[in-house]
Design a protein around this ligand. Structure first.
Ligand SMILES: Cc1cc2nc3c(=O)[nH]c(=O)nc-3n(C[C@H](O)[C@H](O)[C@H](O)COP(=O)(O)OP(=O)(O)OC[C@H]3O[C@@H](n4cnc5c(N)ncnc54)[C@H](O)[C@@H]3O)c2cc1C
Length: 373
């Protein structure tokens, strides 16, 4: 990057608008996950935008979107149709898959007929993945997998799961078709983002052939760190959209509600709250754009983590402040603010809690042993 850039390019603006239009055309169902057919309809609608290929280059089946363009598209989808992680399986296949794996699994994912999911987190193990207990034991020509994963986005409808398990040589990735014998899906009841079909996945003696190991044994975390900045900046960008939507609700309410014979919008306390949150939205949004604009920047791991931490906190604060402002008005479960507040809680944790992301920055500022990754 040669200098600061504050305006979106026409391509970024176009993708943002496309994301918004698709989100409007596909409202999420209230209080339940999208079923497989609904999710596929959304993915097929998204396929022409390049979303399903993320930033894969054209020669790999992608549309060569830049990170900033991909971010703009994801930004447009939120908060109505916040989507996370769908591109990760495609990127893993492209980066670590062999030709046979790519030929077998990529086309369906790129066309929107397949649904990918990542299964790493376990009930007792989150960011500290080295401690995981899911095992993949050598057996004949393949592996037998036993263990339980949790918080798997699209776990309910995934047709292909990238699973992380322990082998004799350490953490290793596997490609597991969703209908493989021994895979059991247990629906979760999250506080937000319910449309994303979160599941616990139990692997009970699940056999996979050796050809479906993705990369070598012990290489399960290879490339993971390099993927943090783009994942974190996308999550941050979408969290800012949630914050902006909450502020918009606050503004509308303040303009239409009178208390003690005066409009709430005239109260300096309310004006200050709205102005402060709006300024934070603008500032974090600019930080996100800076990160997305140059993923090769020397400090990108820290700036992406800072953006994620600040955006998650901002979404929570904006929802919380607006809840207070609205009094009883937002207390019905179907109120849009209730949906935003649940989504904000989820977005504050995905791709690392605020604490974890601040610790990443601290490690750069205070380079001592033992910081977060
Ligand atoms: C919306 C959403 C989607 C998700 N999708 C997926 C998915 O598709 N696949 C998947 O495998 N997982 C998924 N996850 C799980 C996600 O990856 C984990 O929630 C995340 O890794 C954090 O793990 P944890 O929640 O268990 O908390 P942990 O990482 O175990 O952290 C527990 C507590 O310790 C703190 N902490 C962490 N590290 C440090 C440190 N170094 N020093 C001090 N304190 C620390 C944290 O802030 C937190 O308070 C998803 C989660 C969410 C919310």
């Amino acid at each position: 990057m040669t200098g600061a850039r504050f305006d979106r390019t026409p391509a970024e603006q176009g993708l943002l608008a496309q994301g918004q239009a698709i989100a409007e055309a596909h409202p999420r169902p209230a209080g339940r996950p999208l079923d497989g057919a609904e999710l596929r309809a959304i993915f097929r609608a998204l396929a022409p935008t390049g979303y399903l290929a993320s930033t894969l280059p054209r020669e790999a089946g992608g549309q060569g979107l830049s990170a900033a363009e991909f971010c703009a598209l994801c930004e447009g989808l939120a908060p109505g149709l916040t989507l996370i992680g769908n591109h990760s399986v495609q990127r893993y296949l492209q980066q670590f898959g062999d030709a046979a794996q790519r030929a077998r699994f990529l086309p369906a994912l790129l066309e929107g007929d397949g649904v990918g999911a990542i299964a790493m987190t376990e009930p007792q193990v989150g960011s500290d993945l080295e401690r995981m207990t899911t095992t993949a034991r050598r057996s004949g020509h393949g592996y037998v997998i036993d263990g339980e994963k949790t918080w798997v986005t699209h776990g309910l409808s995934a047709t292909l799961i990238v699973l992380l398990a322990k082998t004799d040589h350490g953490l290793t990735r596997f490609l597991v078709p969703g209908d493989a014998p021994g895979v059991r899906r247990i629906a979760m009841e999250p506080v937000g983002l319910r449309h994303l079909g979160f599941a616990r996945l139990a692997f009970d003696g699940c056999e996979v052939p050796a050809e479906w190991r993705l990369g070598g044994e012990g290489e399960g975390l290879r490339g993971a760190k390099a993927a943090f900045p783009i994942a974190r900046v996308i999550a941050a960008t979408q969290a800012v959209r949630i914050a902006r939507a909450a502020v918009a609700i606050a503004r509308d309410y303040a303009e239409g509600r009178s208390v003690a014979r005066a409009p709430l919008a005239g109260s300096s306390l309310v004006q200050h709250g709205i102005a402060h949150l709006s300024a934070r939205c603008e500032a974090v949004s600019l930080l996100c754009r800076r990160v997305a604009d140059d993923l090769q920047a020397e400090d990108v791991v820290a700036t992406a983590s800072a953006a994620k931490a600040l955006a998650g906190e901002l979404a929570l604060d904006a929802c919380r402040w607006t809840e207070d402002l609205l009094g009883s008005t937002s207390l019905e479960a179907a109120h849009p603010l209730a949906t935003l507040a649940g989504d904000a809680r989820m977005m504050a944790v995905v791709d690392g809690t605020s604490v974890l992301n601040h610790l990443v920055v601290a490690r750069r500022l205070l380079p001592v042993r033992g910081g977060a990754a």
